[in-house]
Design a protein around this ligand. Structure first.
Ligand SMILES: [Mn+2]
Length: 329
């Protein structure tokens, strides 16, 4: 047991020297389930829902695929010098039951579930599901923290208004979130944007909401360090929700997704950017749009599992810092 485990017992994944990582029940990173622990600091929540997609369906199978790929993860993150499963109780909360035939009912169910978890003090990292689910997750975050900053990694803006008249889709969550007053105005950033748009006015609407854009080309030209600096100056200490659409990655790094776009980030760039967010006040996060039917050899779900591991590590770095009296700068 870790020395950081002060008063209560922290249940960690089984040691891979004792139980091979391909054996046993499948939870994220072989973590305990919610009902196997007394307390949860960071919860991994699945949302198998993809009724909001505009192109290839299949992200409803994302949580299962990402959990399966996450079996290979280990307990020590050398790049953050943190043992993310030892300094905090991380558990798999299972899946939200989201109605596949009624999007509004699904959105409300996700909101209810996330709100309860957050109210009980659990920091959520959610596995999608399509990007529709970011709206109810932002509602839950804003219910606890007030309007939040948003750091959004995606090939697409996701600030469109409607599709075929439908307001709740995977291309519209952040316009809805803005309309509902869930977002701060001056602390919104997209990273990795590159997809062709419907109209030039898509960019104007996006700018009116308050978003700044770091395109995938900007990432290549600026380099990761400069991207982190730009995000730090835009978001600062505001409570920030991090939403990662796996299609931010190039299709060579994430083929298993619903709306792939050429010219994206590498998984190395994406991991490196996340590692640079140590001083951010993250209040929740998701990784969405993994659609395993289009994946090859778990390329996409392996990347998604690693990104979730980095997010859990960020919570761990902050928690370890707070425990030792060294708060975020
Ligand atoms: Mn998206």
């Amino acid at each position: 047991m870790s020395s950081v485990d002060r008063e209560r017992h922290i249940v960690q994944p089984p040691d891979s020297e004792d139980v091979p990582r391909y054996a046993g029940f499948t939870t994220f990173a072989r973590l305990p389930r919610h009902d196997q622990v007394e307390h949860v600091d960071v919860g991994i929540l699945g949302v198998p829902f993809d009724s909001g997609v505009s192109f290839r369906p299949g992200a409803r199978f994302g949580p299962g695929a990402v959990r399966e790929a996450s079996r290979l993860l280990q307990g020590y993150n050398q790049f953050q010098d943190i043992a993310p499963f030892a300094v905090q109780q991380v558990a798999d909360l299972g899946d939200v039951t989201a109605n596949p035939f009624d999007i509004v009912a699904a959105v409300n169910a996700i909101e209810r579930s996330a709100t309860q978890y957050m109210a009980s003090g659990i920091e959520l990292v959610t596995i999608g599901g399509d990007h529709t689910i970011a709206l109810p997750l932002l509602r839950a975050a804003a219910a606890k923290h007030g309007p939040v900053a948003l750091l959004h990694f995606d090939a697409h803006l996701d600030t469109w208004d409607t599709y075929f008249g439908a307001p709740y889709t995977h291309g519209t969550p952040f316009l809805r979130a803005h309309e509902e007053g869930l977002l701060l105005r001056d602390n919104l950033a997209h990273v990795g944007i590159r997809a062709p748009l419907h109209y030039k006015s898509d960019l104007e609407r996006d700018r009116d909401i308050g978003f700044g854009i770091i395109s995938s080309i900007d990432v290549a030209e600026m380099g990761v360090k400069e991207v982190i600096e730009a995000l730090t100056s835009r978001i600062g200490n505001a409570p920030v929700y991090v939403s990662i659409d796996i299609d931010v990655l190039d299709p060579s790094h994430a083929p298993g997704t619903g709306t792939p776009e050429a010219g994206g980030l590498t998984s190395r760039e994406m991991v490196q950017i996340l590692r640079g967010l140590k001083d951010f006040n993250i209040v929740g996060a998701d990784v969405v749009e993994v659609a395993p039917a289009y994946d090859w050899s778990q390329i996409t779900s392996t990347a998604a599992a690693q990104l979730i591991y980095e997010l859990i590590s960020l919570f761990g770095v902050r928690r370890a810092g707070l425990a030792s009296g060294v708060g975020p700068s």
